[in-house]
Design a protein around this ligand. Structure first.
Ligand code: GLN
Length: 278
């Protein structure tokens, strides 16, 4: 089989599931990884004949993609804030909106000494912050043991030091104070499920996505924990569901936080919040 032939097979097959432009992008990622060919060469080298092994792997990947497995699970990783993060069904695939949260924290917190990331999942927030905030000691917790294992592997993969531990934040508290608390907790309402793609619903951890129809639960709890574990002037950062941004800001204000700021993501949605412990 030639590269041109398998490329056509990929794009035709995946266009039945995805928009054609997305199908083309996924095909490009797969060929980049399996054949180590950048996209320019992919379009130039259409007559290149695949090795038996390349053909076997690419056809196996295509069968998995047809079952709507996320391409990040097929490849085993996603890129986030310039780093590679391994992923599997135990952790949420890092999202671009979370890169915006990380960017915002990095811009604001160059001097910060200690951070805790609550609900770390793949570890993408904690690892990116540890890499880009030279003075910060970064701790990260998750209720899922499997997620913590994956996050530890990702910190090692990216040569960073993060102290990970298993912690159920709804029933326990951190063991020490922090200058900054950050969290991207589960925030999708059950009513939004019907709008979601199968590749999320069938393959990504519901524990990380759906707060069992209590969309404010984690925000309330973590904001209360901030009152106890942030020093005066300490900062709380959240990623959030745009539909609950005002309610989450109200929780922070009721608890006595000041300078409560909502920030929009690149799509104009109220996605991030920052609040100062008074
Ligand atoms: N932003 C993610 C999504 O829309 C959800 C992340 C979360 O629930 N914390 O799929």
């Amino acid at each position: 089989m030639t590269l041109g032939e398998i490329r056509k097979l990929y794009i035709d097959t995946l266009s039945e599931i995805f928009e054609r432009s997305e199908a083309t992008t996924i095909a490009r990622f797969m060929f980049e990884e399996v054949m180590q060919l950048n996209s320019l060469y992919q379009s130039l080298q259409t007559h290149l004949i695949l090795t038996v092994e390349q053909e076997r792997v690419l056809l196996e990947y295509l069968a998995r993609l047809k079952k709507k497995e996320p391409f990040q699970h097929v490849l085993g990783f996603e890129l986030f804030y310039g780093c590679k993060f391994n992923v599997n069904p135990d952790v949420l695939i890092p999202r671009p909106e979370t890169e915006e949260l990380v960017q915002w924290i990095i811009e604001n917190e160059q001097q910060v000494k200690s951070i805790i990331d609550i609900g770390t999942g793949s570890g993408c927030i904690a690892v990116s912050l540890a890499k880009n905030l030279p003075n910060a000691e970064v701790d990260a917790v998750d209720v899922s043991e499997n997620a913590v294992e994956m996050a530890k592997a990702n910190a090692a993969l990216n040569n960073t030091t993060v102290n990970f531990s298993v912690l159920d934040i709804l029933h326990s508290t951190p063991s020490r104070p922090y200058d900054v608390i950050v969290s991207n907790p589960p925030y999708i309402g059950d009513d939004e499920k019907k709008l979601m793609d199968d590749n999320v619903l069938l393959y990504e951890p519901h524990l990380a996505l759906f707060p069992e129809n209590q969309p404010l639960l984690f925000y309330q709890r973590i904001s209360e924990i901030g009152q106890q574990f942030l020093p005066p002037g300490g900062r709380l950062y959240f990623e959030m569901n745009e539909f609950y941004a005002n309610e989450i800001a109200a929780i922070a204000e009721q608890l006595g936080y000041k300078d409560v700021t909502i920030k929009k993501d690149i799509n104009g949605k109220d996605r991030m919040l920052r609040a100062l412990k008074s």
